[in-house]
Design a binder for this molecule. Structure first.
Ligand SMILES: C[S@@+](CC[C@H](N)C(=O)[O-])C[C@H]1O[C@@H](n2cnc3c(N)ncnc32)[C@H](O)[C@@H]1O
Length: 362
């Protein structure tokens, strides 16, 4: 009897903890929606570094409707992000929070909050797929490329020259002296644009399925007057047979394998298109390939949600494998070996808890 009573008490405690956790999660999800809106409307930037502002003053400064601004401020005060003085009806964003929620600090976490509403917008489609199969096509995510480019603008761009490219010894020197570089699934091509500017003697090519992203990249290249790079709309599902053999000294993919329709065929094509002493540099999601080992993953639940609502389903929509965001390091290594890579080194970089970096040689 005594044992049963003890068990019951601990079960009750666990239930109470779990209930509190769910209530917290509900509340924090509200904060993410408010943060995304604050980022997109410019309210967070408008508050950063300012002395206290009233709601009408903030609305005027931001060119926004005051009633909406006031409601947003109420939510951000309730979330204990924005501070308020009831006497003067004024609001401010403390500097240490502004550092994390605007472009003032090294990482703007408000950028990532956008994924919640972006992915939530296709929930009906995803639920339908649970019943009927198939997937949700890229066309259902009008803001995906924009949000993705600001995500990789934080994980790739700031670390590209000092941390990512140096993972392959001698690569910077080769880029300086002039090599041919391909970025597969380049999205808006910001990594290529940065490299093309930095290494004028090298030539750069970007392929991606998405016309909007390639259009944006081309416009940017034209605007900056760069002539050593080009972008092409290209479906990489048959790259194993369409890739030109021995055409590049360096191939990169940034978050570009796990949502492909045919990741194995793309990897085989990358192997085929590299010269014998070439380098393939891969950034892809840090995870194990096992559910039970991802319990302690700092972003595990979030990244599985991203997978269901985007990465896995866009691949299935192309009739693809549906590998998913959390395919994990073990499976990545197996796929890379199967594609023909022999010398594979895996790295984690301090600035990026979300990704692994693989340096592979044919
Ligand atoms: C997660 S995004 C990464 C984009 C970019 N590398 C970055 O870091 O911002 C994955 C990219 O894969 C592209 N993609 C998906 N399926 C593709 C396919 N079959 N062929 C070529 N690109 C594809 C998408 O259009 C998207 O731009």
């Amino acid at each position: 009897m005594c044992d049963i009573a003890v068990t019951t008490t601990s079960q009750q405690a666990e239930a109470t903890d779990f209930e509190s956790r769910l209530v917290r999660a509900l509340n924090e999800s509200g904060l993410l929606l408010l943060t995304s809106i604050g980022h997109r409307t410019g309210l967070l930037e408008a508050l950063a570094g300012q002395s206290p502002l009233t709601s009408p003053a903030l609305a005027e400064r931001s060119g926004l409707q005051e009633r909406y601004v006031r409601e947003w401020l109420g939510g951000m005060v309730a979330a204990e992000v924005v501070e308020t003085d009831p006497e003067s009806a004024s609001y401010w964003l403390p500097d240490e929070r502004a550092e994390l929620l605007t472009d003032r600090g090294p990482v703007n976490l408000a950028v990532y909050a956008q994924f919640i509403p972006l992915l939530g917008s296709v929930e009906d489609d995803v639920v339908r797929c649970f019943h009927e199969g198939g997937g949700v096509p890229y066309s259902r995510y009008p803001r995906f490329q924009e949000v993705m480019a600001s995500d990789s603008g934080q994980t790739v761009l700031p670390a590209l020259f000092d941390a990512i490219l140096p993972l392959a010894p001698g690569l910077i020197e080769r880029l300086e002296s002039g090599i041919r570089v391909l970025d597969c699934a380049c999205g808006r091509g910001r990594a290529l644009l940065a490299m093309a500017e930095r290494f004028p003697s090298s030539r750069f090519v970007g392929y991606d399925l998405c016309e909007e992203a390639i259009g944006w990249a081309r416009e940017q290249a034209e605007r900056t007057g760069l002539t050593n790079l080009s972008f092409e709309v290209r479906d990489l599902s048959d790259f194993d047979v369409t890739a030109t053999p021995g055409a590049f000294e360096l191939v990169t993919t940034f978050d570009g394998i796990h949502d492909q329709a045919q990741p194995r065929r793309l990897l085989a094509g990358i192997h085929r298109t590299l010269v014998a002493d070439g380098v393939y540099l891969v950034q892809d999601i840090h995870a194990s390939s096992h559910h039970h080992l991802d319990r302690q993953h700092p972003l595990g639940a979030m990244l599985y949600a991203v997978s269901l609502s985007h990465c896995m389903t866009v691949s299935l929509a192309q009739g693809g494998e549906g590998l998913g965001t959390m395919w994990g390091r073990e499976r990545a290594l197996a796929y890379l070996e199967e594609a023909g890579f022999h010398d594979i080194r895996v790295h984690q970089l301090e600035h990026d808890i979300q990704n692994d970096y693989f340096v592979c040689r044919p």
